[in-house]
Design a protein around this ligand. Structure first.
Ligand SMILES: [Zn+2]
Length: 116
């Protein structure tokens, strides 16, 4: 078992950081045994890349919803714009769902990072 830092993001996700120390099973230079243990947890003052991507898409979606609300108050003259905006929201919903699934898979995958 070799020791690594753990970088913990404000969203609760984390990733492996710097390699710190070999264990007694592994003495070759530059090699690690594949079983990772946490040495220190280093807080990172931001969200992970994936959550940032999700946030960006959610902000984009909120902006589209806001636009639709504004157009609807104007009556029927923005019908085509509203339809287009609805389309954008649908695809954003799909992308957000995909990213959240990916995040779920990543959370499950952690802890089983054994080298074969
Ligand atoms: Zn995250």
């Amino acid at each position: 078992m070799c020791f690594f830092d753990q970088q913990r993001f404000v969203c609760g996700d984390w990733k492996w950081g710097h390699f710190r120390q070999h264990c007694h099973k592994e003495y070759r230079i530059g090699e690690t045994c594949g079983m990772k243990l946490i040495m220190h947890t280093v807080p990172v003052g931001q969200k992970c890349k994936l959550c940032e991507k999700i946030d960006t898409k959610k902000r984009r979606r909120a902006a589209e919803v806001e636009r639709i609300n504004r157009w609807q108050r104007e009556g029927s003259k923005f019908r085509a714009s509203i339809d287009k905006s609805m389309e954008i929201i649908r695809s954003l919903d799909y992308e957000i769902q995909e990213l959240e699934c990916e995040r779920g898979r990543r959370l499950q995958g952690i802890g089983t990072q054994m080298r074969s």
